[in-house]
Design a protein around this ligand. Sequence first.
Ligand code: HAM
Length: 425
Amino acid sequence: MLKAVRGTRDLLPPDTDLWNRVEAKVRDVLARYNYHEIRTPVFEDTQLFSRSVGEETDIVSKEMFTWEDRARAESEKAQSLTLRPENTAGVVRAYIEHGLYKPGTLQKLYYIGPQFRRERPQKGRYRQFYQIGAEIIGPPSAGSESPARDAEVLEMLATLLDEVGLRAWKLELNSVGCAEDRLRYDKALREALRPVVGQMCADCQRRAETNPLRVLDCKVLEDQPIIEKLPRISQYLDEACRGHFAAVRMMLDEIGVTYSINERMVRGLDYYTRTTFEFTHGGLGAQSAVLGGGRYDGLSEALDGPKAPGIGFAIGEDRLILALQSQGGQPAGRVQAFVAPLGAGMNRHALKIARELRRAGVTADMGDEEFRLKKSFELAEKAGASYIVIVGENEVAADKFAVKDLASGEQVSVPRAELPEFLRK
Ligand code: HAM
């Protein structure tokens, strides 16, 4: 039997009802904050990710689905393509490619879609997963660098998670400084690593040479006591970065969004500058980050674009759904009326009634004239319907229909024109 590939999965009803409700709510909240949707391709030139996410990150060095797109003619070169492991790089590429900086205003863009990383699958970690993300990007003159953007994004996330019904989320915050801070920190890390790196894992030994910041992403248990003693980025922030971070925190305090500082959180992507953050939830086990994000003030330039500071986030939608399910009590999508044709020749009448109900906004399903009444009742109950509407010869002749409330067992006769209103109750 053929099965879905390891790390991928089918999303089935009734779970997909919850996915759709979450997405509808998210679109509603994002629209209120004046974000607009962007859809970028699912695969891109491999270089886009190596130049933005960073060559030495786990994502680029181990987890990408990359292939050589075969040349169609002798004269053509094969091109290296990659399934997107994340969407910020694609958004910034599109921002540059389409000159979205030209109006001189902030672009507030969001996306919902699949991402691909070849990680070891476990609960909350898949090789095809879904992100709901958003980016604010624009020239500094439009306010893109201001700490108010950071606070606005974090406040929106708090509202969004509250409105989708996630309880007891936690916000962890850090600042990873600017390029100059990172140079100083890089130097300090190299010095601190020199005497101890010999005792660390092979990956860390390599990272210590190529990109020491990535040592902090190491998950190897034996390396943790060494990492714990390494210098912290907060000690290397210059005054401007320190001030920026203080301003973000002050605004969050002012509006009442609670957070904790996590100096170890440097996030697994190279493009971050200044504010970085994660929201976590207790119902997720080891993969507790529901979402992550941060500022990326140099990313546009790194991709040959104009100066365009930005900040954004991506929610792991699979994890958000798991977290909501761990809270229990997610109502399934409800069928309001089950239309039951009773006897030969009644299908066409039932179809007409169902059509009228659906066009009037009632969620309706229907049986078949072949079914006995008992079977129709069973089907209506399985569908979780609130009412069953019986369409038999007498009902059609009288233009009045027997409607039974499946919870109370009460039955009444309702004139055709009053059905939609009656069933919507
Ligand atoms: P990220 O932290 O790599 O950031 O991913 C964001 C979220 O995607 C994670 O917090 C997690 O919930 C989810 N996620 C990541 N990998 C997996 C996986 N294998 N299976 C299930 N869920 C996963 C980014 O991707 C950045 N582009 C976020 C961003 C936007 N930063 C600025 N703008």
